[in-house]
Design a protein around this ligand. Structure first.
Ligand code: DLL
Length: 437
């Protein structure tokens, strides 16, 4: 048997820092000039700020450039930010979001080739090889997740099963029949699939080894629960966004100590979300990404709203790239409850440490007499507990104490019967905020 792949592109993935910085600077200079010449919005903004492409002499000069925000992409919907004639665009993707016009992205043929390369790297980092059979349970369509992973996995030579999301029992049957070894899904859907496989009594007949998950946040506790539920698989996650490319910006290696950035394609900074000032590596703030190589719709300093920090320490896997820590939350998902900042991920951490409850939850915020109230609905693993007031109260108190310790807030805990909360086949929506209604 051949040795499993350890890296897809060792030359790039283990490039010494100095050499990588030189490559990034060369690419940054070229990209800034490219955007200035071809995208009217960037030319206008840079002219207004009195910045010319020639002013970019070092990587830190990136801070001279204007930010790009989601509204810029919306305001230029659908083609206003393309840097090439439509004839050169061979694919369009979009992310719907909850309000307003979708966010669109156009890709040239070179963009698609580069995209497959960056995804292939993160799949190998997450354990996949050309010997694997990978089931893609992201919804196929305008969403970048399914096709992004699809071409990356094909590029590395894995066998792709493009099943898409939904019809969960059939997914489990196919996993067994096809001998699937790698699962591609959101963490929320992967959890739902694990439950379904357990219920069907098939979980031990599966050959699954790796879950390469992404497109939404999840906590370490959720990762551990997924690994356990699926019978001891390795779960890694990867990160990306439509505006910048889709999946492929960064991904975990099997050491799960931060997501390796594809640094030859992206320049990542972390900024103070309030002042926009660039922060030193290691400090938490908002991730801002600049495309270093992209023809169709490149972005300069795109504000992701995702909160993380950059890790610049060696990794046991031998890759030399800087990493981003697990996303803590989005700055626009941060809830302010009675003056306290709350990320939904903190609630997840508090819940998953408690025995007797399942990994599904829902957070509902209401306001009465100017007072915010948070209700957390959680499923019991054993429904018969609903008959025992004493046991229920004890469990509720334990959860409440955990939440108070982690979130510094008191919340009302509602324990519900097993299998009654909503399940998700894509990105989970766990928060309902009714305070301004
Ligand atoms: O979710 C791209 C993607 C697909 C990434 C598949 C990984 C796997 P959008 O739909 O544009 O693109 O959503 C982007 O999702 O700004 C984050 O808030 C969130 N997100 C994506 N990956 C992660 C992750 C895709 N690993 C938005 N952890 C981003 C936390 C994530 N949040």
């Amino acid at each position: 048997m051949s040795k499993p792949m350890r890296m897809f592109n060792p030359e790039m993935e283990t490039m010494p820092h100095e050499q990588m910085r030189a490559l990034q600077l060369e690419r940054l200079k070229r990209m800034v000039a490219y955007c200035y010449e071809r995208v009217p919005m960037y030319r206008t903004r840079m002219d207004e700020m009195g910045v010319k492409p020639a002013d970019i002499r070092t990587l830190s000069d990136v801070s001279l450039l204007p930010f790009t925000v989601k509204d810029d992409v919306r305001d230029n919907y659908p083609y206003g930010l393309l840097a090439v004639p439509m004839k050169e665009i061979v694919r369009l993707h979009a992310s719907s979001g909850t309000t307003g016009k979708p966010i669109t992205a156009g890709y040239t043929r070179n963009d698609l080739n580069n995209w497959a390369e960056m995804v292939a790297r993160l799949c190998v980092a997450g354990g996949a090889s050309d010997e694997d059979i990978a089931q893609i349970s992201f919804g196929y369509g305008l969403f970048t997740g399914a096709l992004g992973l699809h071409y990356g996995l094909e590029k590395l030579g894995a066998t792709v099963v493009p099943v898409s999301s939904g019809n969960t029992e059939r997914q489990i049957m196919l996993m067994r029949d096809f001998g699937v070894t790698v699962l591609i899904a959101t963490p929320a859907y992967a959890m739902y699939m694990a439950e379904t496989a357990e219920r069907m009594g098939l979980i031990h007949e599966l050959k699954l080894k790796y879950g390469i998950l992404g497109a939404e946040g999840s906590t370490e506790e959720m990762r551990a629960e997924l690994e356990r539920r699926w019978g001891g698989i390795t779960v890694t996650e990867n990160y990306g966004l439509t505006e910048i490319m889709g999946p492929g910006v960064a991904g975990d290696c099997i050491y799960k100590d931060g997501m390796h950035i594809n640094e030859d394609y992206f320049w990542c900074e972390v900024v103070d979300p309030d002042t926009g000032k660039t922060l030193p590596d290691g400090e938490y703030g908002e991730l801002v990404i600049t495309n270093l190589v992209k023809e169709g719709q490149p972005m300069l300093r795109y504000r992701t709203h995702d909160i993380t920090r950059i890790i610049d320490a060696p990794c046991a896997c031998g890759r030399t790239s800087r990493r981003i820590e697990k996303i803590r939350g989005r700055s626009d998902d941060m809830l302010i409850v009675r003056g306290v900042n709350l990320f939904p991920s903190q609630v997840e951490t508090a819940l998953l440490g408690v025995k007797g409850i399942g990994p599904h939850y829902e957070i509902v915020l209401t306001r009465k007499n100017y007072m915010d109230k948070v209700q957390v609905k959680v499923e019991l693993l054993d429904g018969s507990l609903l008959e025992s007031y004493g046991a229920l109260e004890e469990l509720r108190r334990e959860i409440q104490a955990n939440i108070r310790r982690i979130c510094q807030l008191d919340m009302e805990i509602t324990l519900v019967s097993p299998n009654t909360l909503k399940r998700f086949e894509g990105k989970a929506r766990r928060v309902t905020d009714l305070r301004n209604q």
